[in-house]
Design a protein around this ligand. Structure first.
Ligand SMILES: NC(=O)c1ccc[n+]([C@@H]2O[C@H](COP(=O)([O-])OP(=O)(O)OC[C@H]3O[C@@H](n4cnc5c(N)ncnc54)[C@H](OP(=O)(O)O)[C@@H]3O)[C@@H](O)[C@H]2O)c1
Length: 253
């Protein structure tokens, strides 16, 4: 059985990194994929060209903006007529520090991080759920982070935003189950993408690799695999779960 044949999937930040691997995996399973991205059109077009199957579309919107959130869901539904799976993947992380920051930078780091990582995911989940309720079902999967659980001393807003995303998703899982809408979260550790690797020095990279007994980072495809699992038919009863994909680097009880 192919769960995603002729299903429609929206992936925010679907042009690069984990979002791209997820787009490729859904397309491979026969889904039509809507790839949202913010500014890097070249990367988005390259990803689109790599997708198997037909009918995929790009949707360029900065999801941190309220109007863009509504427009994105409207455009996806009008283009595809349906929305079966919505993946809240786009996220940002900003370095900031409770010891050395000034208050303005502290505030702007929290505001900007929450706009994308929490408010956009919350509003897009609301809008997707409205559509899915009418169409008697769907899946919402959000990408959180190991940082929600283990503390993020150099990115406290990021850790807090991912903890908020977890809590929101679990609340939605309870409320939406009677509507046949199932909600899950994947919480990766360091994953080989631009976000994680762009600014690393060789020593930082070495230290990172030591965090996991696997002595490596996750590959985006490994995170995508967990996303597809949560979006699949047989995972309905796993609604409300948070799946760690962190190479046993941080084990929570
Ligand atoms: N990589 C890791 O180690 C890691 C670990 C744990 C959790 N995560 C989470 O996994 C998710 C994906 O991370 P990644 O590493 O794959 O990211 P990435 O490689 O930096 O890619 C980010 C993607 O998000 C898009 N994006 C960013 N801000 C956006 C906005 N305001 N509106 C629309 N699109 C936006 C980017 O589009 P443009 O290219 O057009 O800007 C791009 O497609 C994030 O939520 C992140 O927090 C990542």
């Amino acid at each position: 059985m192919n769960d995603f044949k002729d299903k429609t999937v929206l992936i925010t930040g679907g042009s690069r990194g984990i979002g791209k691997a997820t787009a490729l995996a859904f397309a491979e399973q026969g889904a039509r994929v809507g790839i949202n991205f913010k500014s890097n059109r070249k990367a988005a077009e390259e990803t689109l060209a790599e997708l198997s199957g037909k009918g995929h579309e790009l949707f360029q919107f900065d999801i941190s903006k309220k109007d863009a959130q509504r427009q994105l869901i409207d455009d996806v539904v009008s283009k595809f007529d349906q929305l079966d799976v919505s993946v809240n993947n786009a996220g940002i992380s900003i370095e900031h520090d409770v010891v050395d920051d000034n208050l303005d930078h502290w505030i702007s780091a929290f505001e900007n991080t929450f706009q994308t990582n929490v408010f956009a995911a919350a509003n897009l989940s609301f809008l997707a759920a409205q559509h899915m309720i009418k169409h008697r079902g769907g899946r919402i999967v959000s990408i959180s982070s190991r940082g929600a659980f283990r503390g993020e001393p150099t990115k406290p807003a990021y850790g807090a935003s991912k903890a908020a995303l977890n809590a929101m998703s679990q609340s939605l899982a309870k409320k939406l189950a009677p509507h046949h809408i199932y909600v899950g979260v994947v919480a990766p550790g360091f994953t080989e993408t631009d976000m994680a690797t762009k600014t690393l020095t060789p020593i930082e990279r070495e230290n990172l690799l030591r965090e996991s007994p696997f002595k490596r980072m996750a590959q985006p495809q490994e995170v995508a695999h967990a996303i597809l699992f949560l979006a699949s038919q047989k995972a309905a009863y796993a609604s409300g779960s948070i799946i760690d994909v962190n190479g046993a680097s941080y084990l929570r009880s």
